[in-house]
Design a protein around this ligand. Structure first.
Ligand SMILES: Nc1ncnc2c1ncn2[C@@H]1O[C@H](COP(=O)(O)OP(=O)(O)OP(=O)(O)O)[C@@H](O)[C@H]1O
Length: 259
């Protein structure tokens, strides 16, 4: 397994009064306060809710305009190197050198992550490739990969360097049901040892893997708790769509009712 139990570190992320206003005046996050411990933490929310913005701040890609985030008491804005050494990050959009093979690309990322020993690097890269089911295409150029394969390669790079904190923006997006299920299993397994924070639009992803979740809506935190607590809140509420509109319109009606 790619994680070593002996190196296990308990992570506690504290988010206090966090805000992010972009230069165009868009308030992407508005006074968010929550705690995230070891395990798998899911972030749910519709398009534009602020999920990617929060994950980018946790991954130190952007800075907040207000409030503070600490990881085990260390401020993410002032002690970036300390936290980067423990971090694996999968952004929503990921760039690869398409002329390289999947194996070569991951080796390159492993070097960037400081895995200097050649043998250790080979082992880590092969483990990551096996975990995301890319073994058969490891020696094929990335230019020949499907979208889902590239997504899984992005997932694999986040695992290199044995991070204790994994931040992933929609890791299951664009995957077929079999691969989505595999990635859910990998996330659940890794979440026994490290902290994983990931965003998704799919509640079934959260149900399958997360010990805790938060829901963002228009930059505000509207729920934090366990998946079954959210399910309890919805007990007794059910909706039937009677109109004959298209499935997409029906889905939109349901979302409006749910709100
Ligand atoms: N660089 C930026 N400059 C200006 N506004 C931005 C920028 N990035 C995001 N936003 C805005 O901030 C808000 C939150 O965006 P964000 O990408 O965090 O949402 P999201 O929940 O991840 O959405 P999605 O599910 O579509 O990925 C949106 O209104 C978006 O338009």
């Amino acid at each position: 397994m790619i994680q070593n139990e002996k190196e296990m570190v308990f992570i506690m992320i504290e988010i206090n009064n966090l805000s992010k206003r972009y230069n165009n005046n868009c308030m992407a996050l508005d006074d968010i306060t929550c705690s995230i411990g070891t395990g798998v933490f899911g972030l749910l929310g519709e398009n534009g809710a602020g999920k990617s913005t929060l994950l980018k701040i946790l991954a130190m890609m952007i800075e907040p305009t207000g409030g503070r985030v600490t990881v085990n008491g260390v401020d993410v804005c002032s002690e970036k190197t300390v936290i980067r050494n423990q971090l694996g990050y999968l952004p929503q959009e990921f760039g690869f050198y398409s002329r390289l093979t999947g194996f070569e690309m991951l080796e390159y990322f492993a070097v960037l992550k400081g895995v200097t020993d050649k043998q250790a690097r080979k082992i880590q890269v092969n483990e990551a490739i096996e975990l995301v089911n890319l073994a058969e295409v490891r020696n094929k150029r990335i230019s020949t990969y499907s979208f889902g394969m590239k997504q899984r390669l992005g997932f694999a790079q986040a695992l290199l360097g044995k991070p204790q904190l994994l931040i992933m923006d929609e890791p299951t997006a664009g995957l077929d049901p079999v691969e989505r299920n595999n990635i859910r299993n990998v996330i659940s397994e890794l979440g026994r040892k490290i902290t994983i924070v990931y965003s998704t639009h799919i509640f079934a992803d959260i149900e399958a893997c997360c010990s805790e979740l938060a829901i963002l809506r228009q930059g505000s935190l509207v729920f934090q708790g366990k998946p079954d607590e959210l399910a309890k809140l919805a007990t007794g509420m059910s909706w039937q769509i009677k109109d004959t509109a298209s499935a997409k319109d029906g889905y939109m009606s349901l979302m409006e009712l749910a709100r």
